[in-house]
Structures are given as structure tokens and as C-alpha cells.
Write a protein that binds this ligand. Structure first.
Ligand code: NDP
Length: 331
């Protein structure tokens, strides 16, 4: 089996030399353990800031979706499809009997449609899907006719936020980093979208794309981008602070411009969140996403990198915008 070790703390943008590929024998299973062969591994933005607090030398963190190929625990027989935070590896020995509550091993839903790719369990029907679904619906509470704006719009979370906004009868507006991404956003139903890298000013682009102002802002980017967006919000708007990808490579991302006066004068509701707060409700959210996908109301797109050895490349590429839709690695 192979795994990637988090070998060096990232300094600025992650580099391939920050990871070390290790090959080793998988150990014998003990009672209660299962051996999972990974089918897909996820690369996600959080991996950049979260590793700050972690020691080097550990298996690089991350979620994957795989199949049980050996089992010493009857609840997880051979063939079971599971999702878990087993890190960047091709095979993982997991204790299924005495599970770590911080990092549970979950079975794929029993009624997961056979014709949907299992990789969606890391995307639209997994963590990013639940982020879009609960973050938007619970914190922004979008009402029919309102304008929802999302940045990082062509990514795993953002592309779903816009489509769920449309399902709720809102006007969906998005910003993404290439013309091809913008074209795709219009294809999947966004009412307006722009390339934030080529517009003459973000202010002008927002004025044009959301002439009636923004009622719900789903923020994936943070910092200066967010300061500008707040000026375009309507009274009593709601802001879900989901991520701050524009600052993840900074030395100290906590330091930045804080537009509190705008928040005050516009009486905005601003909420930061971590999607695990709704973990008990995920099965319901996953079922809803599957239904919308089957009805054709949600289009999913994936950026699949082939081959486990390319995980660092896939991660580095996702952070600079090579992906449209969810970035995953086919092991
Ligand atoms: P994406 O699939 O959106 O991939 C990241 C994208 O971010 C890139 O494709 C790139 O697209 C964009 N990006 C990179 N740098 C910048 C920048 N400086 N300014 C603007 N955009 C940039 O990732 P996810 O959908 O998985 O995650 C989106 C956000 O949601 C992240 O901030 C992430 O941390 C957050 N998140 C938060 C969760 C929570 O519980 N709060 C859970 C899951 C995700 P482009 O070409 O458009 O620049």
C-alpha cells in the first residue's frame, strides 16, 4: 500500500516536495478492524490551513471513499462501501468496532443509486454538498425572488450553492476565475456570472450582475473580496462565512480587513460555520441531493485526477483553480 506523508509545513503555496510517498506492507488485521481499499481520495481547500496545527511526519489528512476488502468486524463485511477520514493512502486499516467519534467511518447510504458515481460521496452527496445545502439554507435562509451571490462559484461548494438558490426561486449570481468556468455557470442555471480575474473592478461587476443588491452572500473567498461584496448587500442581508481561500497561503490569515461598520449599518446577519455542526442531519441532506440529481435539478461536475501518485499535483492544482466542480483523485 502507498501513502503520502505530510513531510514539511507549507510555506506559501504547497509544493510537491512538501509530501513524501511511502510504500509499505499492510499490517495483519486485529479483531474489530477492517482493511479499506480506497477508490477515490478527496483534495479540499481546508487541508491547507488545517495542517498548520498538525505535526509533520503524519499521513496527510483527508477524506476518501473506498471498499472493504478484508474484515474482522461483521458489521462491515467485505464489499461494504465506506467514507472516512483515513488520509492520503491507497489502503487503510481502520478500527470499525471502536470508532473514533471525531472521525467516524460511515457506510454509503443503503439506497445510494447504482448509476451515480461513488466519487459523488466526496462531492455533491458528501461534505461539500452538505456545506452548500445546510450553509445556504440554514444560515442565509434564501427567499423567493432574492439575490444570492457566491464566490468560488465554479468549485465543489459554490456550484451547488447557486443551483440550490435557483431551486429555491432566487436569482443566483457567481464569480469564478476563468471564462470557461463562467460559461459553465450559465449553463447550469446561474442568472449572472463573471470572471473576477478579468473584470475592470469587482464593484462594477457586482453592480452589473446584481443590480438590485445582494440579499444572501455565501463567502468562499474572504478578505478584500468580502469587504467589497458587503457594500453591495441589501438591508438585513445574511452572510454565511464558509471559507477564506484567498488567505490560506498567508502567514497569518486571521489578520485582515474587518468591515464591521458595514455589517452594523446594514444590520446584516453574518455567521461563520463548520459543516460538521449539522452532522446528524447529513443523511437527510444527502437524500435530498440524490433526489435533486436524479430529477436533473442539480448538475454535478468533477475534476478527476487519475492515479494515487498524483495526489499532491491534484491538491496544488485545486488551490490555484485548475478544477471546475469537485476535485477528486481516482486511486
Ligand atoms: P473549490 O472546488 O471551490 O476549489 C477551490 C477554488 O477556489 C479554486 O478552484 C479557485 O477557483 C478558487 N480560488 C483559489 N484561490 C482563490 C482566490 N485567491 N480568490 C478567489 N478564488 C480562489 O473548493 P471547495 O468548493 O471544496 O471549497 C470552497 C470554499 O469552501 C473554501 O474556502 C473551503 O475552505 C470552504 N469550505 C468550508 C467548509 C465549512 O465547513 N465551513 C466545508 C467545505 C469547504 P477560481 O478559478 O474561481 O479562482
Amino acid at each position: 500500500s502507498k501513502r503520502f506523508v505530510f513531510a514539511r509545513q507549507f510555506d506559501g503555496p504547497p509544493k510537491e516536495s512538501d509530501f513524501e510517498l511511502v510504500e509499505e506492507e499492510t499490517p495483519e488485521l486485529k479483531d474489530g478492524e477492517i482493511l479499506v481499499e480506497s477508490l477515490f481520495n478527496s483534495v479540499d481547500p481546508y487541508m491547507r490551513p488545517y495542517t498548520r496545527r498538525l505535526p509533520t511526519g503524519i499521513t496527510m489528512i483527508g477524506e476518501g471513499c473506498g471498499r472493504v476488502i478484508e474484515s474482522k468486524y461483521s458489521d462491515f463485511p467485505v464489499g461494504t462501501v465506506v467514507m472516512g477520514r483515513y488520509g492520503w493512502c491507497t489502503h487503510a486499516v481502520l478500527n470499525a468496532k471502536e470508532q473514533d467519534p471525531q472521525s467516524p467511518i460511515r457506510k454509503a447510504p443503503a439506497d445510494y443509486p447504482k448509476d451515480l458515481p461513488l466519487s459523488l460521496l466526496l462531492g455533491a452527496v458528501g461534505m461539500p454538498g452538505m456545506t452548500a445545502y445546510f450553509g445556504l439554507l440554514k444560515l442565509c435562509d434564501p427567499k423567493e425572488g432574492e439575490t444570492v451571490f457566491v464566490n468560488g462559484a465554479a468549485g465543489a461548494v459554490g456550484s451547488l450553492v447557486g443551483q440550490i438558490a435557483k431551486i429555491k426561486g432566487c436569482k443566483a449570481v457567481g464569480a469564478a476565475g476563468s471564462d470557461a468556468k463562467v460559461a459553465w455557470l450559465k449553463e447550469i442555471g446561474f442568472d449572472a456570472a463573471f470572471n473576477y480575474k478579468t473584470v475592470s473592478s469587482l464593484d462594477a461587476a457586482l453592480k452589473e450582475a446584481a443590480p438590485n443588491g445582494i440579499d444572501c452572500y455565501f463567502d468562499n473567498v474572504g478578505a478584500d473580496f468580502t469587504s467589497t461584496v458587503l457594500n453591495h448587500m441589501n438591508l438585513f442581508g445574511r452572510v454565511a462565512i464558509c471559507g477564506s481561500i484567498s488567505t490560506y497561503n498567508d502567514k497569518d490569515p486571521a489578520k485582515g480587513p474587518y468591515p464591521f461598520v458595514t455589517i452594523l449599518s446594514k444590520q446584516l446577519t453574518v455567521t461563520g460555520f463548520i459543516v460538521l455542526r449539522w452532522f446528524p442531519e447529513w443523511p437527510q441532506g444527502m437524500a435530498q441531493m440524490v433526489q435533486w440529481i436524479k430529477e436533473g435539478k442539480i448538475k454535478h461536475r468533477e475534476h478527476v485526477t487519475e492515479g494515487f501518485d498524483n495526489m499532491p499535483k491534484a491538491f496544488i492544482g485545486m488551490l490555484v483553480g485548475e478544477n471546475t466542480g469537485k476535485a477528486v483523485v481516482k486511486v
